[in-house]
Every structure is written in C-alpha cells, then in structure tokens.
Design a binder for this molecule. Structure first.
Ligand code: JFZ
Length: 338
C-alpha cells in the first residue's frame, strides 16, 4: 500500500481540471448571474430543464483545445499529475461512451473524444493522469441523484416558490425526466459501464476521484469499487461512499489544515485559483488569488505533508483563462529559482 502511494507522496503538486458543457454558461443563465456556488453547478442552481441543457451542447466546439500545451503548463509549474472531470454532476462525458449518447462524441459538433489526446500528452510528457467521476449525482441521466438547492441560492426565478416545492418532494430533482429510472438503473446502465470505460480505454489511470457521496448505497459503491481492479495501482479518494469506503486519500476542500490536523492520513487540498471550479464570468469569478498566495499555499501544504491539487477551469473553446496561465507561469518561474 505504501508502495502504491509512493509516487503520490513524492508528487506534492497536481492540476485539477473542471471542464464540460457548463463552461459555456460561465455561471450566467438567461442574463442572470447564478447567485451561489461554482459555475459548474449552473444547471442545478438555475434549474435548467434537461432537454434545454442538452440542446446547448450543440454549441460546444472547443477548437482551441490543445492538451499538449495544458500538460506542458502543468509540468512547467512543477505539477506531477493531472485530474480531469471525465463526467461532472451534469452527466456529460468528455469521452466516447457506449453507455450513453450524452457525451462529447454524440452530443456536440466537436465529435471527438477529449480524453484520448490528453492521455497521450500526459504519457508523452511523463505526467500521471487521473479522472474525476461524479458517480452519484447525475442530473441528465434518469435515476442519477441531485443535491437539493433552493431558488435563493440559484437565480431570480419567477416561479421560485413552485420550483422549490417541487424539488422538496422530488429529492432535489426539478425535471420529471430525471425520475424516469431508478438509481440502480442508473448505476448499472451508466455509472458502472462508464467507470469501466474510463479505466480501460486510456492507458494507465493513476487516480479515480469520486465526489458528493450523499445518497450512495452500499450496493452501488461495491459495484463501482469492483471496477477499480482494472487499474491495480490506482489511488482513490474518500468520496465514494462514507464511511464504509474510506479510499486512500482525504480531500480537504479550499482550506489548509493546521500543522497537526491530519497526521496519519494521506491528504490532498483541492483549491481554486479564483472562486469557482468551472469557468465563470460572474463578478465573483474575477476574484483571483495572487501567485504569491498560491506559492505560499503550496509550501505550507507540502511542509505539513500534504498534496496540493490546484484547479483550472478551461474556457468553452478549450483554452485556459489568461489569469490561470499567468499564475501557472509565475509558479514555474518560482520553481526554477528555488
Ligand atoms: C464538489 C463538487 O460539487 C464541485 O462542483 C467540485 O467538483 C468540487 C471539487 O467537489 O463540491 C464539494 C465537495 C465536497 C465539499 C465541498 C464541495 N466538502 O467536503 O466540503
């Protein structure tokens, strides 16, 4: 076990990437700023109907996507691994999936697998690759769960009271189509086969990063965990199903534990450079941490024995926001001096 985690402890620093069709909204729906939360939550926060959200994918055409340059920016900044959202809560797959048409190949004009060339670039440049997979929440595939968010945390919806009342009796769902299958149907028909796909078709996968386990069942967790055998050396976080499936690593979010906070556990702080995981154009999304702060965070975390997973939210065209590029460059300059 220690051997399996050796590279991860040595790595110290990784890049998190939140990217998907939500990047097109950038936290703004029908001219209204999404009030709260990361911009990758726009569908849920603004209660966008499933059919309308899927229709919007027909504009997703990231022709400036250059995974070689992504990986180079990460590598130059001293990062040793990269974890990308293979599927976030909106259920959209950045890869070619046989289990669903709600993927980049079938649902967008781009029509090409986004993870294949990224896996190749990582392999070529010696960066470990990991996948984030939202196993539990899935807002587009019937049967997936949806965390309940109220209208006051979303957008000034004229039907706010009605929508909130609906989500209350429909376990957070806001569109009837979301409940046309059972959770088990979704696990067996989408989540399990897709996890099998991402662990089979992209070479060596070093990390599986689960998320938002609330509502998971033992049965679903067991079936998903079973798939990890496809990558015998894989490392997982503790977000598959709590507390029975502790995984390998803990993931404090957006904050750094104090000096003795996490003794005896493998921990990785994930953090945004601004305030959102997915690309955002709201006023709040313009609040960026300085490069100095990011470097101090890295030193602080590493001195305490943790890892730092620093997020980039690419634009819908596939390029990194200028603010992220500048910060990665300043980190790389610091890396070459010290
Ligand atoms: C989750 C996601 O909902 C979010 O969109 C993003 O992907 C982030 C990395 O993970 O959000 C969380 C998950 C866990 C906590 C907070 C936000 N937490 O444990 O405090």
């Amino acid at each position: 076990d220690d051997e399996r985690l050796a590279w991860w402890h040595e790595a110290r620093f990784g890049m998190f990437v939140h990217w998907g069709v939500y990047s097109q909204y950038a936290g703004i729906y029908n001219g209204h700023d999404q009030a709260k939360g990361g911009a990758e939550w726009v569908m849920n926060r603004c209660k966008i109907p499933v059919a309308e959200y899927k229709e919007n994918a027909k504009h997703f055409n990231p022709d400036n996507y250059d995974p070689e340059s992504w990986v180079k920016m990460a590598k130059d900044a001293g990062m040793k691994y990269l974890i990308i959202t293979a599927k976030h809560h909106d259920g959209f797959a950045l890869f070619d999936s046989a289990a669903s048409d709600w993927d980049v190949v079938d649902a967008t004009p781009y029509g090409k697998d986004l993870l294949k060339p990224l896996a190749e670039a990582c392999e070529k440049q010696g960066i470990k690759l990991g996948f984030y997979y939202s196993q539990n929440q899935d807002w587009c595939h019937p049967g997936g769960t949806a965390a309940r968010r109220l209208s006051k945390e979303g957008w000034p919806n004229p039907d706010a009271a009605k929508v909130d009342a609906y989500t209350k009796v429909h376990k957070g769902h806001w569109d009837p189509v979301q409940e046309t299958a059972t959770f088990e149907d979704y696990i067996d028909g989408v989540a399990v086969p897709q996890v099998r796909e991402i662990l089979s078709n992209y070479g060596e996968i070093s990390v599986l990063w689960w998320d938002t386990p609330r509502g998971m069942t033992d049965d679903a967790a067991l079936k998903l965990q079973e798939q990890l055998k496809l990558q015998p050396h894989i490392i997982t976080n503790d977000r598959l199903h709590r507390p029975k499936f502790p995984g390998d690593t803990k993931t404090p979010e957006q904050h750094i534990p104090d000096a003795h906070g996490l003794e005896g556990v493998n921990w990785e702080v994930c953090m945004t450079m601004n305030t959102t995981w997915g690309y955002g154009l709201r006023k709040v999304d313009a609040e960026w941490k300085s490069s100095e702060t990011l470097i101090r965070n890295l030193v602080d975390i590493v001195s305490k024995g943790g890892n730092y997973l620093l997020n980039v939210g690419p634009k819908p065209d596939g390029s990194f926001p200028e603010e992220s590029i500048v910060r990665l460059k300043e980190i790389s300059e610091w890396m070459t001096v010290y």
